[in-house]
Design a protein around this ligand. Sequence first.
Ligand code: SF4
Length: 754
Amino acid sequence: MAGSSVVRTAFRTCPLCEAGCGLEIDLDATEQVVRIRGDKDDVFSHGYICPKGSALKQIHEDPDRLRRPLIKKNGKHVEVSWDEAWEAVRDGFAKVIETHGRSSLAVYLGNPGAHNLGAMMFNKTVVQSLGSFNRFSASTVDQMPKHVAAGFMFGTPVTIPVPDLDRTDYLLLMGSNPYASNGSVCTAPDFPGRLEAIRARGGKVVVVDPRRTRTAQEADEWISIRPGTDGLFLAAIINVLYADGLVDVGDHIRSYVSGIDELGAELGAFTPELVESATGISADVTRRIAHELAGAPTAAVNGRIGVNAVQFGSVNAWLVDAVNTLTGNLDKRGGAMFALPATGGPNTRGTAGVGNGFRTGKGTSRVRKYPEVLGEFPVATLAEEITTPGAGQIRAFITLAGNPVLSTPDSDALDTALSELDFMVSVDIYLNETSRHADVILPPPSQLQRDHYDLLLLQFAVRNVANYSEQVLAFDEAQPDEWEILAKLGGVLQTLDTKIDPSVIDDIAIDALVQNVIKASTSNVYGRNADEILECLSATGRRGPARMLDFMLQTGPYGAGFGAVEDGLSLQKLLDNPHGVDLGELEPRIPEILRTPTGMVELCPAELRIDLVRLFDSIAQVDDAQMLLIGRRHLKSNNSWMHNINVLTKGNLSCTLQVHPDDAMRLGLSDGINARITSRVGTIDVPVEVTESIRRGVVSLPHGWGHNVQGARMSVAAKKAGVNSNVLTDSQAMDPLSGTSVLNGIPVVVQSLA
Ligand code: SF4
């Protein structure tokens, strides 16, 4: 127990996943973390914590976590000073740029950057300094379909509705397992507790998933679906809503919804009877769910990775919100609502209720000609962009907090491609399966050494809150802050000079931000003097992300406006409230949130409905004899590097192939024996786990494993290496509208190795 050795307690938001739980961190006189608990006074999480949150201490103390830069010399990574590392960065990029030009540079942004204030503010400095369009990220193995659907329906890619968990009467969860993930693109600490509260107040929770996940076990009903057919199920629900006269978008938004008749006509053929053999869900069940959604006082449908990282990811994301709209639950308390984050965002800026809308395809990838989405190309095209000769071939590469060798499709091909690069830099806390290819690794501080604000994820919160966390532990000797590394990396890329000072880049960035906002007529600092505001900001002594955040808070929807609004939000106000500031329940936001050119919710946008033909044709392609592979998550595992933390890998966390008992019997499989699983692109051998919790004809593997490679330095993970599920995922299989890889519903052959 902590006992009397505790000399101070720090409060901070956990940055490890989207839930954003408040933590209470006890430290002793030597500044060692003694204990981490949930902060019971946190305005959002009220003391909830999962096993990952308390592991921040072990992550910080992990001997494998990098404290100094590494350079690869004679094939081995060795520690060097920061100065030597920056010189190597400059020399490496200078050589590639001189030989191949800037179009040969590329960057990959990993998922942890979305949970990281410094990265959210300064990753773009690196991206913009490349001088090429070769940008890739974890979004195209994750949530990009949600951005695409939101963009076309509501006008901006972050205008994503979330289920109003705390007030809804009926929740239909599709392809998501918040008992393991704690929610995704839906920020809700203690998501499981919020689900239990729905049932406790007489509501109903239904889970649609090929696996009987823990969430499905705790729900009122589990509906088993064939992987990859969620779009057909949703289309059939909508078909029933129209056919049975259940469509009613509600008076609250009726005059702001267009395309109602068009959507009904488009989905007229998708009857429950037509799709039932494909989905595996009887027509009666589909009809009943449609009637339950329409009849509940309030209801919300929410879909995540199992309906996004599939061949119809964008259509699925669209149809989820089409159901929410047609049942009268969009933008309604207890339905699917929009957050109003304290820092504002694309749907609070500009003219309320109308905008330029959203588009994709402002460029195409070089080799396969995939359209750009949100300024990036599908990560599934990365390997070919490195290995295919010609003008614009990628020769130098940067990873920012990512491990694409384990987390993106056709891993073996990417692993080989990375080994062929002329130069590579990784900003990472580990020498992992990807960064082992890097010529230079620049380690940022640990999570406890960074300040924190969930700039992105509070856009998707089920309650409006704001929490700022100061750095808890001091930097290691000579350790720069993360934003300084990113700003300097951008500066070195631009100037090929290591003398560039990150503070200069920071000053330019804040100046540009202020100049931009004072020109916006809807801003609370419109027409103010930029120098006066910059002086106010600088008087606090803050720099980097904290100074930018202060400006965004002060000019956001609840902001103090540098004295213009009494009792408004500022960074100081958040510092004065270490358990966070509660800004209240979600409130209806239509029409002001809309940024479509028409000022309407586009219920049947041309860019999305174009894919309904392919959806219809998929019915005939279903093959009952084909085994399909899906992924899964574990509560103690999020990103691959968490497998290097002892406290998180103890117990039942394991990399096994889940198989239904009937399939196991048919294939000669049993618990613990190895199976060989083969897809179009790869083969792996993995121990079997026989379980009734999975649908017949479906097998499941977790992702982020496969730590048995030469050159990585993750000693704990290497002892329990597991296998890399992305050896099996196919870089040719994608949702064409978003460029998102198909990670669920992969055709495989399974054989016993007994
Ligand atoms: S649920 Fe997420 S935010 Fe909360 S403690 Fe766990 S990892 Fe941290």
